[in-house]
Structures are given as structure tokens and as C-alpha cells.
Design a protein around this ligand. Structure first.
Ligand SMILES: *[C@@H]1O[C@H](CO)[C@@H](O)[C@H](O)[C@H]1NC(C)=O
Ligand SMILES: *[C@@H]1O[C@H](CO)[C@@H](O)[C@H](O)[C@H]1NC(C)=O
Length: 335
């Protein structure tokens, strides 16, 4: 099905884009099949190299079981050196994994930056960018999808912080006792500075999302020539497109894969949270360009187990929900 071309140009488009979407098919982001055009190729290749790893990272996190048992035994038997060593040997490879995840977040941050640059570059309006650069929009969506999936897994896995703090405690105890570390931590050793940065990362409830929102805020503040609205409009437009795709039966049935629905939901929630962190008054204010009521309603209508998790993400990882400017109605919807 060919995409209908936009007739409107310029600033008017920004204002009308969402209203127009309500009344007819303007942009259907082809999340399933979008292929890069020539103009998109350079950025697309760069981001693609990062995204190729994302699946493996999620699989690794999913199967992350932690060393709770070994750590417990070591703590309960502080005099038993064999148990100390066993716990240490169990924790080290896990910390190497945590380091890989953290390092991946830095690569993801760079990828996001490249996408933001491409999707906000003049002279095009956000809707035009999304329409012209569907493959990049899809990658942006994939990054958000990965991010929410990662954070969901992290949030439900207390072993991560437990393992990491055991690792740090063991190192500092050895240092304090001026003790020779009898057991090697292996080639994946995490130096102190790295350990500090990893601690900050894993202390976040939603570390990947926080990384992305920090990066987006940084992108906006570093680039003085680029009005903040260019970035936030890109986000609100994406939220709008996702919402309309979820709301509209004729779009929904174009998804050949039910996972695409979940994908769309995650992306919508992801851009809302980013918008709320980056925009000075956030996503819940009356002046917000995101129809929060519509987004929450459509989310609640989806027959998916993931809805509650996504609503929780809106409840607990946004910045402005509890501001006075948030309407009672929106609050009630999220209650
Ligand atoms: C600022 O934004 C413009 C337009 O998107 C872009 O060409 C330029 O590279 C950006 N500069 C920085 C430092 O990101
Ligand atoms: C995000 O930025 C804040 C403030 O600069 C910082 O304290 C926090 O550690 C950062 N989080 C991540 C995950 O980068």
C-alpha cells in the first residue's frame, strides 16, 4: 500500500499533523518493512551495527540468574575461604556481563544521537522526516523497544544489583585489609572508575531509558541552533503516529505480526517518557503536543499482558505526572 503524500508544508504541518492524522491516513510508519533510502544509508548502517547486538543483549539479560546462592553461603560463612572463592568466581563472569550491558548503553546513546541529528535536521518538519526517513524512524523505534524491554527485565531482576554490590564490597574489603587478592578477577576486570559509572547506571530503576533521556536532553542543550521543539516535535509526532496506528482498525490489520502491536505500544510509551524528560513542561501539561488521554486510553484497550508494565512506566518513570499542571482526568486514568 503506497503511503499517502503529505500536502501541507512547513510549520503549519507541525500543528496540523496530529489533527490530520485523526481524519485520514497520512503516515503509516512501516515498522515491518521499511528499507533505507540512499540518503538514509550512512546513518542507517551505523545504527544497524548497534541494533544487531541488541537481541543478544536482551537474551543474555533474560537468562541472567545471578549468584545469590553463592553470595549467601559466602556471607554466612565468612571464615570459609573456599566459599569466598566460589562466590567470587561466580560473580566475576556476571560482572563482565553487566559491563557489556553498560558499554552497550553507551553505543546505544551514540546511535540515538545520530538518529536525532538525522530526524531533526533542517529544513524538514518532523512529520516530513518521519515520512521520508521511515527506515530511520523504524530504527529509532527499535531503540525504544529495546530500551523498554531491557528495563523491564532489569527491574524484575534484583540479582543484578546484589551481584554488583557484592563484587564492589569484596574488592574494597580486600583493599582495606591490604590483602593480596588470592583469586584473580580475570581479564574482564572492572577498574574503579568503570565500577563507579556502572553503579550509577544500575542504581537507576530504568537505566537504559535514563541513558536515552539524558542523551536527548544533552543533544537538545548542546545544539543551541536547533530549537528544542524540533526534537520534542519529532517525539510527539512519533507518539501520535503510534497512537493512531493502534487506534485505527484499518492500520492495525496491516500489521502482519501481532508483535508489531506490542512494538507500537512500547515505542509510544518510550517517546512519551523521553518527551516528558526533555520538554520543559513535559508530556502531561495542557500545552503538551502529546494527546496523553488518547495514548493512555488506547494502551488500556490493548489485549496484552504488557499493558500494566507500560502503564507503570508512565506512572513511575515520567517526570511531570505529579505536577500541578497535570489534569485530574489524566491522573485518574493512570490511577
Ligand atoms: C546541530 O543541529 C544541526 C541541525 O540538525 C546539525 O547540522 C549540527 O550538526 C548539530 N550540531 C551538533 C553539535 O550536534
Ligand atoms: C543522567 O543524568 C543525571 C544528571 O546528570 C546523572 O546523575 C545520572 O547518573 C545520569 N544517568 C544515566 C543512566 O546516565
Amino acid at each position: 500500500i503506497p503511503f499517502q503524500r503529505l500536502g501541507l508544508m512547513g510549520n503549519l504541518l507541525k500543528v496540523l499533523a496530529c489533527a490530520e492524522l485523526e481524519h485520514g491516513p497520512i503516515v503509516f510508519l512501516d515498522f515491518e518493512h521499511a528499507q533505507p533510502t540512499e540518503a538514509e544509508t550512512a546513518v542507517w548502517n551505523q545504527v544497524s551495527a548497534v541494533l544487531e547486538e541488541a537481541h543478544g543483549i536482551l537474551a543474555e539479560l533474560q537468562s541472567y540468574n545471578g549468584a545469590g546462592q553463592e553470595i549467601r553461603e559466602a556471607i554466612q560463612n565468612p571464615g570459609d575461604l573456599a566459599l569466598q572463592e566460589k562466590a567470587w568466581n561466580a560473580v566475576c563472569p556476571l560482572v563482565a556481563k553487566l559491563k557489556r550491558f553498560y558499554e552497550f548503553s553507551l553505543r546505544l546513546e551514540n546511535a540515538l544521537r545520530s538518529l536525532l541529528e538525522a530526524l531533526t535536521s533542517p529544513p524538514y518538519a518532523p512529520m516530513q522526516h518521519l515520512e521520508r526517513e521511515q527506515a530511520l524512524a523504524k530504527q529509532f523505534a527499535e531503540i525504544l523497544h529495546f530500551t523498554l524491554s531491557f528495563d523491564e527485565l532489569k527491574m524484575t531482576n534484583p540479582a543484578i544489583q546484589n551481584d554488583f554490590s557484592y563484587y564492589r564490597r569484596t574488592i574494597s574489603r580486600n583493599r582495606l585489609n591490604n590483602q593480596q587478592v588470592e583469586y584473580k578477577s580475570g581479564e574482564n576486570e572492572v577498574n574503579n572508575e568503570m565500577a563507579n559509572r556502572m553503579s550509577l547506571f544500575y542504581a537507576e530503576a530504568t537505566p537504559m531509558l535514563k541513558t536515552l533521556s539524558n542523551a536527548t536532553t544533552k543533544f537538545v542543550s548542546e545544539n543551541k541552533t536547533l530549537p528544542i521543539e524540533d526534537t520534542t516535535d519529532c517525539l510527539s509526532t512519533m507518539a501520535c503516529v503510534c497512537r493512531v496506528m493502534l487506534e485505527t482498525p484499518e492500520y492495525r490489520c496491516r500489521f502482519t505480526n501481532t508483535d508489531t502491536m506490542l512494538f507500537c505500544m512500547r515505542v509510544m510509551v518510550g517517546v512519551i517518557i523521553l518527551y516528558d524528560h526533555v520538554h520543559p513542561v513535559g508530556a502531561f501539561a495542557k500545552t503538551s503536543k502529546i494527546d496523553m488521554k488518547g495514548c493512555i486510553k488506547v494502551l488500556k484497550e490493548q489485549p496484552s499482558n504488557s499493558v500494566e508494565g507500560l502503564l507503570n512506566a508512565l506512572r513511575y518513570t515520567t517526570r511531570h505526572l505529579n505536577d500541578d499542571s497535570t489534569s485530574k482526568q489524566i491522573r485518574a486514568l493512570l490511577q
